[in-house]
Ligand binder design. Structure first.
Ligand SMILES: [Zn+2]
Length: 366
């Protein structure tokens, strides 16, 4: 494939809805200019990324250990290693974002990932809003005290009373609701309560890869109908059921040792990250390989069901232990554009998928 024309890349808004890069940068030795992970300045410039939603992800294992402080710690790291050095600009309005892009810095929106981070407190939610947090992912892979996760056994059948109260406040504050990781019942409750469109920042189609973590067609259709947004996740395990099954096999093999180690080292967050890293490597052992056509298949399916205006990128870069072989990090976005062209999308549609849909979605919260 010929490489994408530079002029085209410069004029295209590439805007991704989810990455966990703050958790990479928290390691002392990692900086934003150049690192061994999925997102750094060099790769951003090469790939043409213009804007990114950064998640402040706190492992739900820490849900009783002041997760709000841990999220603030991650924000601090972004402040020190990205914003204060001028590599990116923290934004929380379209006006900020336009200016940041005009000034040729990465426009960085901040979400918190996991409802446990607000510690069941409306006051904490208000506080996060006051410091420029634009969105909240309702759950991670464990239920919270007020909402069910897709990767846990149902406890509340969706949102409970506290969950409904929190949702109403989220809406008052014009914070964006992100339902990636939430159970179907939670998502349906959110759709019932919200008068605003919602997003699933990094979720795929369940009809192509039948796992609870992915979205069923009826939910994709509702999100699209209400003017919402769905970002396609690049993780092979969420793109392809065979790979998911291989991962679950590895998980069952290594889970016990992992959980024991985590329990024993609960007070050592640095060591927990190391354990997590080792565990992730074990999960992807002997997995099949995929190329970016798997991502495009999910884009096509979500566009078919939810409409071409609801689908975009939700890479999950720096949060996933493996990627498609030709979409290894943000520098590979030109490959994805080529793939979309080959997949039959026209330039107008490619613009929407690569970032314009996400931009238009965020505009609805001004
Ligand atoms: Zn996630």
């Amino acid at each position: 494939m010929d490489s994408i024309d530079n002029k085209l890349l410069n004029n295209l808004l590439i805007f991704d809805a989810h990455c966990d890069s703050a958790n990479i940068l928290i390691e002392n030795q990692n900086n934003f200019k150049k690192n061994n992970s999925h997102l750094d300045l060099e790769k951003i410039n090469y790939g043409g990324l213009k804007a990114q939603i950064f998640a402040l992800w706190v492992n739900p294992i820490f849900s009783k250990d002041k997760p709000s402080d841990k999220a603030l710690n991650l924000l601090d790291v972004l402040e020190k290693k990205v914003f204060s050095l001028g590599y990116g600009t923290k934004v929380n309005s379209i006006k900020d974002m336009d200016l940041s892009i005009k000034n040729k810095t990465l426009a960085c929106w901040i979400f918190i990932e996991g409802g446990h981070i607000i510690e069941n407190s409306i006051k904490k939610l208000d506080f996060f809003h006051s410091i420029g947090i634009k969105g909240i992912t309702i759950t991670h892979n464990k239920n919270t005290d007020w909402a069910d996760s897709s990767e846990d056994s149902p406890k509340w059948d969706g949102l409970n009373k506290l969950g409904i109260k929190i949702l109403k406040r989220i809406e008052e504050l014009k914070i964006i609701v992100d339902v990636s990781h939430s159970s179907d019942n939670t998502i349906n409750d959110v759709i019932d309560i919200s008068s605003k469109p919602i997003m699933a920042s990094h979720s795929n189609s369940r009809s192509l890869c039948n796992i609870e973590r992915n979205l069923p067609d009826n939910i994709i259709s509702e999100i699209g109908e209400n003017g919402g947004f769905i970002g396609v996740n690049f993780f092979p395990g969420f793109l392809n059921k065979n790979i998911y099954d291989q991962i679950i096999n590895n998980l069952n093999k290594y889970k016990k040792g992992y959980e024991k180690k985590i329990q024993e080292n609960k007070e050592k967050p640095d060591f927990i990250r190391e354990i997590d890293g080792d565990f992730s490597k074990k999960l992807i052992q002997n997995n099949d390989y995929l190329d970016l056509n798997a991502v495009i298949d999910h884009v096509i399916q979500i566009a078919d069901i939810g409409g071409i205006n609801c689908v975009g990128l939700g890479s999950d870069f720096d949060g996933i232990p493996s990627t498609p072989i030709d979409l290894k990090d943000v520098s590979f976005y030109p490959n994805l554009i080529e793939g979309l062209i080959d997949g039959g999308f026209n330039f107008k549609e490619i613009k929407k998928i690569m970032g314009l849909n996400l931009y238009n979605f965020l505009k609805k919260f001004e």
